[in-house]
Design a protein around this ligand. Structure first.
Ligand SMILES: Cc1ncc(C[n+]2csc(CCOP(=O)(O)OP(=O)(O)O)c2C)c(N)n1
Ligand code: SF4
Ligand SMILES: [Mg+2]
Length: 347
């Protein structure tokens, strides 16, 4: 008698959830779009870290990239803001409820063109959130115009030459005080998952510039944001692995060519030297390296800058730890005595 094998249960994480339970709606983006690859890596990183899906707050603006928040963690909260205005919505939300895990997904147009003003203030405030720029060098949703990150001298699908200099999002982020700055490529999923896991342990803004080819409008010869160009020109700064605080005991730390960065929660980023001798905890070195890449057209990926010292925006403001809506009357209303004291100070 032949016995039918029981179907194998899918693996689960420390919350007893499967990776499928971190999924979202079916994508409506073009087949092969880099943004969908990034969505898969976000899903994987959140699953591997055992994030509580109900605690996730997904923020976005407008663009094909901004649609991607609908495609992961559908048990989380979400807010699709006006084009380029996601940072102010995220700031208000984080102040009102610091207990959620904020992740913003934006585009190069949404961030570096219409949203540039909002983006710079998010960075200088060090709002606790993961901020991903799905960078394809074009306005994909409105049919492929050059964005502010399109490289000088690159060509549009119809042959037009871009004669404006590109904004380097990573340089801008470091200059403005961001303490976790990474560059990655949608075609390098392993690196992106490790970086995202590290970002989940970071306290403050973690900014990702991820080259995410637009297969419909910017994947041709002459584009510097195509799969081929990125594959041919990608240089690894280091091989990155991440050890969350809950896995410490099982890890065997090797000496030598490994640099470790300790996160505020005790987790560790391990950076194994690739071809380049580079220290991501040195701000001047990070800026110099970015300048060299900008001038030479090289495309380095990895953790560019990290600093676990600086307090995030909520700490700087001395905010309470609970959501404001849950505070009882006596904690939000000054007593008659307090008011008298304040009035006396103003006399
Ligand atoms: C206030 C406002 N201005 C302009 C638009 C038109 N618009 C929609 S998406 C977009 C650009 C999106 O580009 P990007 O952020 O790079 O996202 P992608 O589609 O490339 O992923 C523009 C200009 C809009 N929706 N709202
Ligand atoms: S137009 Fe480009 S960015 Fe938009 S979904 Fe298609 S491939 Fe992606
Ligand atoms: Mg774009």
């Amino acid at each position: 008698m032949s016995s039918v094998a029981e179907p194998k249960a899918p693996p689960t994480n420390r919350r007893n959830l499967t990776v499928k339970e971190y999924g979202g709606l079916k994508s409506t983006l073009c087949v092969g779009c880099g943004h969908d690859v990034i969505t898969r890596q976000i899903t994987q990183a959140f699953y591997e870290m055992g994030v509580d899906p109900h605690s996730v707050a997904k923020m976005s603006g407008i663009g094909c990239s901004s649609k991607t928040t609908a495609y992961f963690v559908d048990r989380g909260h979400g807010f699709n803001a006006v084009h380029g205005r996601m940072p102010s919505i995220a700031t208000g939300s984080a102040l009102a409820n610091p207990n959620l895990l904020y992740i913003g997904v934006s585009g190069d147009g949404d961030t570096a063109s219409i949203g540039a003003g909002q983006f710079v203030h998010l960075l200088r405030r060090n709002l606790p959130m993961i901020y991903i720029v799905e960078n394809n060098g074009v306005y994909g949703l409105t049919k492929g115009q050059f964005s502010a990150t399109a490289d000088y001298g690159s060509r549009a699908k119809g042959g037009a030459l871009n004669d404006l200099p590109a904004i380097d999002i990573c340089t801008m982020a470091i200059e403005l005080g961001c303490n976790f700055v990474a560059r990655s490529f949608a075609g390098d999923p392993k690196q992106l998952v490790a970086l995202l896991k590290a970002a989940l342990a970071h306290k403050g803004t973690a900014m990702f510039d991820v080259i995410s080819p637009c297969v419909t409008f910017n994947n041709h010869e002459g584009s510097t944001k195509s799969y081929k160009f990125a594959k041919d020109h990608e240089e690894l700064l280091h091989e990155i692995s991440f050890v969350p605080f809950f896995e410490q005991i099982t890890v065997d730390y090797k000496e030598g060519e490994v640099k470790e960065v300790e996160m505020h929660d005790g987790s560790k980023i391990r950076l194994r030297k690739a071809d380049v001798d580079f220290d991501p905890t040195n701000k001047v070195e990070a800026l110099n390296m970015l300048r060299r890449c900008y001038d030479s057209g090289e495309f380095f990926t990895g953790l560019i800058y990290v600093n676990e010292e600086k307090p995030d925006f909520l700490t700087q403001l001395n905010m309470v730890e609970e959501p404001l809506a849950t505070l009882p009357q006596e904690r939000v209303q000054p007593t008659a005595e307090d008011l008298k004291e304040i009035m006396a100070e103003l006399m």
